[in-house]
Write a protein that binds this ligand. Structure first.
Ligand code: 13P
Ligand code: SF4
Length: 327
């Protein structure tokens, strides 16, 4: 199709994102967007997109957007035949665990996560042996093999609730040391940690927070709980990506900084033209592997399909389902 036709057909979509995508860049996206919208209809497919997707994906081709918890919940509700997960591999695996009979595609299976890479199933078995009887809470940022060895999963949006739902004095929470420490600061439950870190959030420092306050008096600082505890302690609020988004919606701060992945600010800013966003830019290289051309190719070729051995999936599904039952 000619670029002019695609530009014409996507003009209304461009209106949505004109504050974060310069007009000169739009012709690069228009043809892929138009093709993806058509392929979705033909394949009866939905696109689930994480809050860290670039705005041309997040606002222009996605059907469901949100944090890891919302994507897991929504994955259980769709009646589409095909789910394209615009996010990293563990998110696509979680969608597949919850939809064993659907086709789940990830546009680039190399989209990993430093947290998921930091621990193996054998490590979890060893933790269980070392701490007999202590329940194991696994962050969803883990492989299906690690989930299969765990008692329950959590996300950054429900970690405290999940830990307290177990009714024990002590839990093991892995692999994110900082999420575990930030959760421990809010509960009487003793939390045994693992030394995994998010390569994006571990880079924020308390000194950076203080510099932001000095440079922008009155600024509101929101941090993701994967940030080091010293950063969270100096922030005004800490929460999952969806929680941060809801905070901006509710409080409408005059000026805000989101201590998290870059694209998140663009995606939230689209809905809040009156809020000024300061953008310290930490990119997640894994999330950024997902692009419009790769989504288009995934729908054209029905590749790459996420598969999980059925016996493993059976064991890995249980802790995810148990998490979703915690309200
Ligand atoms: P959320 O569940 O808060 O969206 O976080 C996922 C993630 O990978 C953060 O780095
Ligand atoms: Fe993993 Fe961090 Fe990237 Fe999230 S931002 S996917 S936790 S590496």
């Amino acid at each position: 199709m000619s670029v002019t036709v695609a530009l014409d057909r996507t003009a209304a979509l461009y209106d949505r994102v004109r504050t974060v995508i310069p007009a000169i860049e739009w012709p690069v996206f228009a043809d892929d967007i138009d093709a993806i919208l058509d392929l979705k209809r033909r394949r009866n497919a939905v696109i689930l997109a994480h809050n860290y997707m670039a705005p041309e994906i997040f606002h222009c081709v996605s059907d469901i957007v949100g944090d890891s918890l919302a994507l897991a919940r929504e994955a259980t509700k769709t009646d589409a035949d095909v789910i394209v997960l615009a996010g990293v591999h563990f998110m696509a695996e979680t969608a597949k665990l919850l939809n064993p009979d659907k086709t789940v595609l990830i546009p680039d299976s190399r989209a990993g996560c430093s947290l998921a890479e930091s621990i193996t199933a054998a490590d979890v078995r060893l933790m269980r042996k070392t701490h007999p009887g202590v329940p194991i809470v696994s962050y969803v940022n883990t492989s299906a093999a690690v989930k299969a060895e765990s008692d329950i999963c959590c996300t950054s949006g429900n970690a405290l609730k999940v830990v307290e739902s177990l009714g024990t004095d002590c839990v093991i929470m892995l692999p994110d040391e900082y999420l575990a420490q930030n959760t421990a600061a809010r509960t009487r439950v003793k939390i045994i940690t693992w030394a995994g870190h998010c390569e994006v959030h571990e880079r924020f420092t308390a000194a950076e927070v203080r510099a932001l306050r000095a440079d922008y008096p009155g600024i509101t600082i929101l941090a993701h709980p994967e940030c080091p505890p010293a950063v969270v302690a100096e922030a005004d609020y800490a929460g999952s990506t969806a929680d941060m988004s809801a905070y901006v919606e509710r409080e409408k701060p005059a000026r805000v900084v989101l201590l998290t992945e870059c694209s998140m600010s663009d995606n939230v800013a689209v809905h809040h033209p009156d809020v000024s966003f300061v953008r310290p830019c930490n990119l997640c290289p894994h999330m950024k592997r997902i692009t419009l051309p790769k989504i288009r190719r995934a729908l054209e070729t029905m590749q790459e399909e996420v598969t999980i051995d059925p016996a493993l999936a059976e064991r890995a599904r249980r802790p995810v389902a148990r998490m979703l039952a915690v309200r």
